[in-house]
Each structure stands twice: as structure tokens, then as C-alpha cells.
Design a protein around this ligand. Structure first.
Ligand code: ASP
Length: 323
């Protein structure tokens, strides 16, 4: 995406010096260094792994993929990959997407069964095919062809939770239950202005089979553009998909907003267009080419914690809440 009126905006607002600074974004990013920014507490070990991969000579794409593999492979994380809570029929259905800001190219998978690392399959969709998204049985067969090993993704714990849900006469209330969320969304800047976005989830717990959330949809769960930055999202995908969350944030950043302002602008827009969204669980993260970051959520029902890796320091922080 070409930044919207970037030249005009910068000329009118801050003059030639600021324009030169923006156009030298890649050079400035080199000073700010490598940054990984992820959603939720499981983003912290994911960031740490990503940084290790990058510093060991891997590409930013390798780093994001291997970083996201950490919560995907961790049975204790019940919202991503192996151990993720299943759909209403007790089947784990995974969604993931990855987008490279240089090539302006994404790969994604939806409703993938029996493969614990959907982000790795999404990467191969991007790298080995001319498609962007593969779903269901086709995504599964593609993964097998790429050498992935099928396995059961239910753990004793996730099976127990599904069985409890099934026998609970009030189980229809699961739709908005906070504990059933927590996608890993990760954005990164390599310190030279190259950005990437990745996202992986088991989606809404006990969802209707076949449901696709925001996470694997390009522009919703992920968006990355080396001219501007990268964004990702977590929360109620059935709400967020309608706002094309990640690309909306990137558009605001292209118009001159900082990542933090851009995140809040999107959340304000969501509440303005539908006041019911005040109660929605929505969290977003963004980074620009200079390495500045943003992280925000709509309300305390799902206070987004975000993990930040920068200058060798790994932290877990509270995002800004919309007032
Ligand atoms: N956004 C994901 C979905 O709706 C869930 C989450 O972020 O926790 O599938």
C-alpha cells in the first residue's frame, strides 16, 4: 500500500525536514534496533525465541515463524495450536496467517486440523504457492505434502474442558467468555525498517465448526507494509473482522498517526459505529518502520497485555485502554 498523502501530509504538517526524516525511515530504524511485539503473556517466550533465531542469523520471517511456534507447541496455552480448545464437536480447528512487508505478500490457513504449527503451514502457502489462503481439508492435505506430521491436538486438559462445556446446560454462553480467547499476534521490525506480522490461534473455543475468525484473514489478523509498519489483533474475531482491524491501523499510520494513535483511532471508530462494541473484547498491536509501537484494548474485560522485546530486554506490559 502506498502511504496515503504521505508527502502532502508531511509537507503541510512538519515541513521538509520531517519528510526527509520519514523517507530516511529505514536509516533511523537501524538505530532503534530489532523489535518484537506480541499479544498476551505467551508472547514473551515467543518474542524471546524470535530474537534468538534472528540474532543467530535467521531472517525476520524465520524469527516470527519460530517465535509463534513456541505457544503453538505448548500444551499449556489453550488458545493456540496443540492444546488449543476445540470447536463444538470437540475438533481442534486452527487458523494462522503471516505477512511479509517487503513483498507485500501473505500466506494463511483456516480450519486446519491435526497440524500443531499452522503458522509454518501459512508461511509455506506464501512461499510455495500462488495462493494466499488454504482452508480445511485442502490446507491439511497441503500440510501433509509439505512434510508436516499429523497428530491429535487435543490434550487431556482441553478434552476435559470440552466435555465439561458439552454437559453444561448453559453452555451457549461460551460465545463471549474471555478465558476462551488469546491469539498470539506478533509484529516485528528488523531494525532496518523491514516489518512482518504473524498470527496463530485455535479461535473461539467451542465455536461452530467451520467458523473462521479474524486471525487468518489478511488485513484483519495480520497486515505488514515496509512503507508504513505492521499490525496484528486479538479478541472477538466475529466483531473485528467487520473492521478489517490490521489494515485500518496501517492506513491510519500511513496518514501520519503514530502506532499508538492508530490503534486507538481504530478502537474509537469501532465504538462510534456500534456502541455495543464498548463491551467487545478487542486488542491490537502495531509497529512502524521506525520501531515505534502501539498496543491498545477497548475495555477491562479483556485488558490486553503485550510482550515487548527490544534491546535485549523482554517485558510484559499493560496496553493502553480506550477511555
Ligand atoms: N481473534 C481470535 C478469533 O476470534 C480469538 C482471539 O484472539 O483470542 O478467532
Amino acid at each position: 500500500m502506498e502511504p496515503i498523502n504521505r508527502r502532502n501530509f508531511m509537507k503541510s504538517v512538519a515541513g521538509t525536514a520531517a519528510l526527509a526524516a520519514l523517507e530516511g525511515g529505514a536509516a533511523r530504524a537501524a538505530d532503534t534496533g530489532l523489535v518484537f511485539l506480541s499479544t498476551w503473556a505467551h508472547g514473551k517466550p515467543a518474542n524471546e525465541r524470535a530474537a534468538e533465531i534472528f540474532k543467530g542469523g535467521g531472517s525476520l520471517l524465520d524469527a516470527i515463524e519460530k517465535g509463534i511456534n513456541v505457544p503453538e507447541s505448548d500444551p499449556a496455552v489453550t488458545s493456540v495450536g496443540y492444546g488449543g480448545l476445540p470447536n463444538a464437536e470437540g475438533v481442534v480447528e486452527l487458523d494462522a496467517a503471516i505477512m511479509d512487508g517487503t513483498r507485500h505478500r501473505a500466506g494463511s490457513v483456516c480450519n486446519l486440523h491435526m497440524i500443531k504449527n499452522p503458522i509454518s503451514v501459512a508461511r509455506l502457502v506464501m512461499e510455495k504457492t500462488r495462493h494466499t489462503t488454504l482452508a480445511g481439508e485442502g490446507a491439511f492435505r497441503f500440510a501433509l505434502k509439505m512434510g508436516f506430521e499429523p497428530q491429535t491436538l487435543l490434550t487431556p486438559e482441553s478434552l476435559r474442558k470440552w466435555e465439561e462445556w458439552k454437559v453444561n446446560p448453559k453452555h451457549e454462553t461460551f460465545w463471549l467468555d474471555a478465558e476462551h480467547h488469546d491469539t498470539i499476534g506478533m509484529v516485528a521490525n528488523d531494525g532496518k525498517g523491514h516489518v512482518l506480522s504473524g498470527c496463530s490461534t485455535s479461535g473461539l473455543a467451542f465455536k461452530i465448526p467451520g467458523r473462521v475468525g479474524d486471525s487468518p484473514l489478511v488485513g484483519c489478523g495480520v497486515y505488514a507494509d515496509d512503507n508504513v509498519g505492521a499490525a496484528s489483533a486479538t479478541g472477538d474475531g466475529d466483531v473485528m473482522t467487520n473492521y478489517c482491524t490490521s489494515v485500518s491501523i496501517i492506513h491510519a499510520m500511513a496518514r501520519g498517526a503514530s502506532p499508538q494513535e492508530a490503534c486507538l483511532e481504530l478502537l474509537r471508530h469501532m465504538v462510534k459505529t456500534d456502541p455495543k462494541n464498548r463491551e467487545a473484547q478487542v486488542g491490537v498491536v502495531a509497529i512502524n518502520t521506525q520501531g515505534e509501537i502501539g498496543a491498545a484494548c477497548i475495555n477491562s474485560r479483556a485488558r490486553l497485555k503485550y510482550a515487548l522485546w527490544r534491546n535485549g530486554e523482554s517485558q510484559l506490559l499493560d496496553s493502553v485502554m480506550l477511555i
